[in-house]
Design a protein around this ligand. Structure first.
Ligand SMILES: C[S@@+](CC[C@H](N)C(=O)[O-])C[C@H]1O[C@@H](n2cnc3c(N)ncnc32)[C@H](O)[C@@H]1O
Length: 269
């Protein structure tokens, strides 16, 4: 599966927003409500993408400061434009070497990122390093293994039925640790203990089949990366299979849901 990450393709902000950003924006406020951080704190956000969680932090948590980092220059430019707030700063950076001083932040948060980071324990240890004593460290990833991201699971089921090689690219195969037990164990290995884990859910409603299908053709993310790389005939077969399989309401809309696993820990250093 070493080759599978070539499909991840996190670069194009518009394509990301059409595929995932619109749904990650639904989960972000629910996660913040669960995280329960106070007003007036210094935040660090790891892997901000186009700013779904950053916008929610600024809107709901009244931060004293927010530094959001991501390795993608394009995403950082998008996030900066999407969250025009004097308290928020956006910077290119990597989860495995956070650009922040030790013991300098009150809340470290990360949305849908950890599974894409090569050294996950290092990323969590970095979050712990920059946390002040008593700081909150919180992150979430999709419930891939439990089929919690129904629009993605439906796509890959259809893709694998037509092309058995697609099975190795699916997120549940690539990221088997994204379960309640796997995440709790990973956090403990990185020195975050005790940790709490909760499921956070949101609906994903697609206007019609095109609203569901088009983002997969744009290339941002693992499933769209796979879809975009197919030759036209194979892409047409996949489209037809999905068109036949997806449940629709009378008005043509498609109602699915997403579930993320969220982790919360209080730093003891
Ligand atoms: C699914 S997107 C999530 C973006 C955003 N947090 C959201 O909720 O919409 C995954 C993000 O992880 C970022 N990422 C990938 N590898 C990373 C790393 N090593 N350090 C920090 N972020 C990383 C990608 O650039 C991308 O923005």
């Amino acid at each position: 599966m070493a080759d599978s990450s070539r499909h991840d393709a996190w670069q194009a902000g518009d394509s990301y927003d059409a595929y995932m950003g619109r749904w990650s924006r639904q989960i972000a406020p629910r996660f913040l409500d669960w995280l329960g951080a106070a007003d007036g704190l210094d935040w660090l956000e790891v892997g901000c993408g186009t700013g779904a969680l950053s916008a929610a932090i600024v809107a709901r948590c009244n931060p004293a400061s927010l530094l959001s980092i991501d390795p993608s220059e394009d995403f950082i430019a998008r996030a900066r434009a999407n969250v025009p707030d004097a308290r928020a700063a956006f910077q290119v950076g990597d989860a495995q070497a956070l650009p922040a001083a030790s013991a300098s932040k009150d809340v470290i948060a990360s949305a849908l990122v950890l599974n894409f980071v090569p050294d996950k324990e290092k990323a969590l240890a970095e979050m712990k390093r920059v946390a002040r004593r008593g700081a909150t460290i919180g992150f979430y990833v999709w419930d891939y293994a439990g089929g919690g991201v129904e629009f993605m699971r439906t796509f890959w089921n259809a893709a694998a039925a037509l092309d058995p090689a697609a099975r190795d690219l699916t997120e549940d195969r690539r990221f088997p640790f994204c379960t309640q037990e796997g995440l709790t164990a990973l956090a403990a290995r990185a020195g975050l203990a005790p940790v709490e884990c909760a499921a956070i859910e949101a609906p994903t409603v697609f206007r019609d089949f095109e609203d569901y299908w088009r983002p997969f053709t744009l290339g941002a993310g693992p499933a769209p990366g796979y879809c975009k790389a197919l030759d036209p005939a194979a892409q047409r077969r996949l489209r037809e299979k999905l068109h036949d399989n997806l449940p629709r309401r009378d008005d043509g809309s498609i109602h699915l849901k997403t579930r993320a696993w969220a982790i919360r820990s209080i730093a003891d250093r």
